[in-house]
Design a protein around this ligand. Structure first.
Ligand SMILES: [Zn+2]
Length: 184
């Protein structure tokens, strides 16, 4: 997925598109786009194939921090992310995000459950895991909806040799919503 930064135009919403496209923010890319300085910027996520913008986020640059401005789940959210710099010799410095949740120094922040935080806070343990028992491997990931998963499973099956079974999992928020609907 291609990404790029640009100046925030007047009257543009801070956030557009679907949040599932917004995987991460990389401080090195922000630095390369010259966005770690005072000003109003926006960050776009683009479709890797078409180059079309799929989502964007407002970025307000301040002296020692940036403020991320976006909406997620119908909620307008502003999050301050401190920028920390470490000396890398030759008079230069390397920027880092300080995770808004745990203050850990990181290069990447991930969006999950409406909030940007480091992988430790989100416990991103995605990826393929080899498994004992009924299945040879387990792969966990998020998708826009059940149809997307079904299409993915069908595409895998069409390659032959692999049979898939999809197990729907729920986040804590989703499970709480389900529990609230139980009678009693
Ligand atoms: Zn964190």
């Amino acid at each position: 997925m291609g990404k790029g930064g640009s100046r925030l135009g007047a009257g543009r919403p801070g956030w557009r598109g679907k949040t599932e496209h917004c995987r991460s923010l990389d401080v090195r890319r922000f630095a390369a786009a010259n966005m770690l300085r005072t000003g109003m910027w926006s960050w776009q996520w683009r479709d890797a194939v078409t180059g079309e913008e799929v989502a964007s986020i407002g970025v307000i640059g301040q002296t020692y921090s940036i403020v991320l401005s976006y909406t997620a789940g119908g909620e307008a959210i502003r999050t301050r992310v401190p920028i920390v710099r470490t000396d890398c010799g030759f008079g230069g410095s390397r920027p880092w995000f300080a995770c808004p949740s745990c203050s850990r120094r990181v290069a990447l922040l991930f969006l999950r459950s409406k909030h940007f935080a480091c992988r430790h806070c989100h416990r991103l343990s995605y990826g393929i895991q080899w498994a004992f028992g009924s299945y040879d491997l387990v792969c966990q990931f998020e998708a826009a909806d059940d149809q997307t998963i079904a299409a993915f499973g069908a595409a895998i099956a069409m390659q032959g040799n692999v049979r898939t079974q999809t197990i729907r999992t729920f986040t804590r928020d989703e499970m709480n919503a389900i529990l609230l609907k139980l009678p009693g």
